[in-house]
Design a protein around this ligand. Structure first.
Ligand code: GCW
Length: 653
């Protein structure tokens, strides 16, 4: 059935008869060398994948010999693997069981893509130790910023298990994810109730077989909430209070008795109404370290989010001002998780100045896979090109151009071990997992970048297309071109020149409504528009970027209205005036979406009917949304500026 459920784990019969014959001779059975649950998963996946690809049973046996695919552990770095073709067999060797599992998946992907067997010799290792998903899933099954149905986790059925948990674990392990936080950072304390923990332990048991550690988001006031009905309740959540410390110690002991490989806690504190240590006059570092110290003996980690703000006027610098002074105070197993930009996952933002601004703090970069501000599930927006610009950003903090964000989150910048990438995931219980078929490319792309931030967007998207739609050249080239343009296309018909936040700020963030953020994210008048942030924000960067951002003439066009307020007639580096750019980009962006729809239409008959029609329907919706955005934004700025477009007939009323 072609409903998208298999995502990129589609093991369809190899169509090319020559390839099929070659593969059938080369691979006849699997040998799992060792007795470990993760190795058994690797063996089971190889058997499942090879049997389907070759159209006949490829069983797990204990006979070495000709045609064996042998998976096991050898003398390599943790999580790394090699795949080697020997005279009569293939050897997949991991530095540990997890590495072996990743090698097994990579081998299957190699065959799914009909890559040549001659000289098959692959060695790979993950760049970052922490490759995490963050689910924003709630106890009632809803998902904050979820556009793919309800949570895949049926909390109230646990410890009862669903088959889908295995497919979830397979899917994310197949691209190297090794940690997952299963509940929302706006956390219900109820997740930590003793009654819930046995159920969560059952879920952790499934994940463990696929090399995944389960984490929980913790509500900082949990000691208060969860003791409220006791004779002597805990009445504060002050990290320096002995009663609070004891409560957390007992809770952490209880969790590790049930889940020995529990990953740790993710905490959103003193942010958007959440409780936290600041309520008691303590700092974020005090709050984080209290938990980190209690997790440390178990090998657990504490991830503390830096996303704090107090409204629009000083949003860009707020987070930096809170966290930069704390650099060096977080303990070794504490990690600060920082959103890519200083605001909130807008389609274009400067890189968060906390990258390069916290050299003595372990950091995760938080990316938003779910398309809260980038098209939900109605508009294709492939985010890997955006993420590449973030990861490749040279901070200039230090010698030369300084470490890039990728250098920081892979640990090479400051020789750190508790670093990596976290993605707010877009998975839900829709049959196709991500609400629309092409959304899965972002899930895949995030994980591939977390594995290796140096892969190009072209390589990653090509891999995803081949695994998902097969090897048809025309499908590949058309889809690749669409996907690689889609982020800048989304930007062009939504937010001009880095302005950001043009959706209604409360609620769902669906509707373009520039009026609702007037004098908040942009100061639009009849003379001009933008946000003059020059007084403070550019100074948070190294001198190089400060000089670039502080001057309207040096600032890159795409960030101009983030940094500056300019008259409509200000001339961009592109040669256009700001107002003409706003008009042109919105019309051109809409036209490009029409072109996406036409191009997809030309693939009729080349993609199975069900997925073809499903994606065609997405492009229909995409056109409607792009038109709404175009008309809202263009009329808004025409309304203020009253400047007619030059050369655009449709505005000359
Ligand atoms: O921008 C906001 C989102 C919230 C989210 C918050 C955060 C989980 O709209 O839904 O809450 O960011 O990242 O904490």
């Amino acid at each position: 059935d072609e409903d998208g459920y298999d995502l990129w784990l589609r093991y369809r019969l190899v169509a090319n008869p020559d390839d099929l014959a070659r593969y059938r001779t080369a691979f006849t059975h699997i040998v799992v060398s060792g007795n470990h649950a993760v190795l058994r998963s690797a063996g089971a996946e190889l058997s499942r994948g090879l049997s389907a690809l070759l159209g006949r049973s490829v069983p797990v046996t204990n006979q070495l010999g000709k045609g064996a695919v042998v998976v096991g552990v050898g003398d390599l770095a943790a999580e790394s693997f090699t795949i080697k073709r020997r005279a009569d067999r293939v050897e997949i060797t991991g530095g540990d069981e997890r590495g072996a599992l990743y090698g097994a998946f990579r081998f299957l992907q190699h065959l799914q893509r009909h890559r040549p067997l001659s000289g098959l010799d692959i060695a790979d290792r993950p760049a970052s130790p922490l490759r995490m998903l963050n689910h924003w899933d709630n106890l009632n099954g809803s998902i904050e910023r979820g556009y793919a149905g309800k949570s895949i986790f049926a909390w109230d059925e646990l410890p009862g298990l669903r088959e889908r948990y295995v497919d979830y674990a397979r899917t994310i392990a197949s691209v190297g994810v090794n940690n997952t936080v299963v509940n929302n950072v706006n956390a219900s304390a109820d997740f930590l109730r003793s009654e819930r923990l046995t159920g969560l332990a059952a879920l952790a048991g499934v994940l463990r077989q696929w090399g995944l550690r389960l984490w929980l988001s913790a509500n900082y006031a949990a000691p208060i909430t969860l003791t409220a009905d006791r004779p002597s309740p805990v009445t504060v959540a002050d990290p320096f209070d002995p009663g609070v410390q004891k409560w957390w110690q007992d809770k952490i002991d209880e969790i590790y008795r049930l889940i020995p490989d529990f990953g740790g806690f993710l905490v959103k504190a003193n942010s958007e109404g959440q409780p936290g240590p600041l309520d008691y006059g303590r700092t974020h570092a005090d709050g984080a370290n209290m938990l980190a110290d209690r997790l440390a003996p178990y090998g657990g980690r504490l991830v503390w989010r830096s996303f704090v703000h107090g409204g629009f006027s000083d949003w860009a610098q707020y987070e930096y001002n809170v966290f930069h002074p704390l650099d060096g105070q977080f303990h070794e197993n504490a990690v600060v998780q920082t959103k890519n930009g200083p605001i909130d996952f807008q389609v274009r933002e400067p890189v968060n100045p906390l990258f390069g601004g916290l050299p003595r703090t372990n950091q995760l970069v938080e990316l938003e896979i779910t398309q809260e501000y980038t098209g939900h599930s109605t508009q294709l927006c492939y985010l890997v090109p955006e993420w590449k610009t973030i990861l490749g950003f040279p901070t200039y903090q230090g010698p030369g151009t300084g470490p890039t964000v990728a250098d920081i989150v892979t640990g090479t910048a400051y020789q750190q071990h508790n670093v990596g990438m976290a993605g707010v995931v877009n998975l839900g219980d829709d049959r196709n997992w991500t609400g629309y078929q092409l959304g899965a490319a972002n899930t895949h792309g995030f994980a591939r970048l977390a594995w290796n931030p140096r892969l190009s967007a072209d390589e990653i998207v090509t891999e995803w297309i081949e695994l998902t739609f097969g090897l048809d050249q025309q499908v590949g080239s058309v889809l690749k071109a669409i996907m690689l343009q889609s982020w800048e296309t989304y930007e062009s018909y939504t937010s001009p020149l880095g302005m950001g936040y043009l959706t209604y700020p409360l609620g769902a963030h669906f509707r373009p409504d520039p009026n609702s953020t007037h004098n908040l994210s942009h100061y639009t008048t009849s003379e001009g528009t933008g946000f003059d942030r020059t007084a403070v924000f550019p100074q948070l960067y190294a001198d190089h970027w400060r000089d670039v951002y502080a001057s309207p003439d040096n600032c890159p066009d795409e960030l101009l209205l983030f940094m500056h307020w300019v008259p409509y007639t200000h001339r961009l580096k592109s040669g256009k005036t700001v107002i003409q750019h706003i008009y042109d980009s919105h019309f051109a962006g809409y036209e490009r979406v029409l072109e996406f729809r036409r191009a997809w239409g030309r693939l009729a008959g080349r993609v199975d009917q069900a997925r073809y029609a499903d994606i065609a329907a997405t492009f229909d919706a995409h056109v409607v949304e792009a038109e709404r955005w175009r008309d809202t934004i263009v009329s808004y700025f025409y309304g203020f500026s009253r400047i007619l477009s030059t050369g655009a007939e449709w505005l000359q009323v």
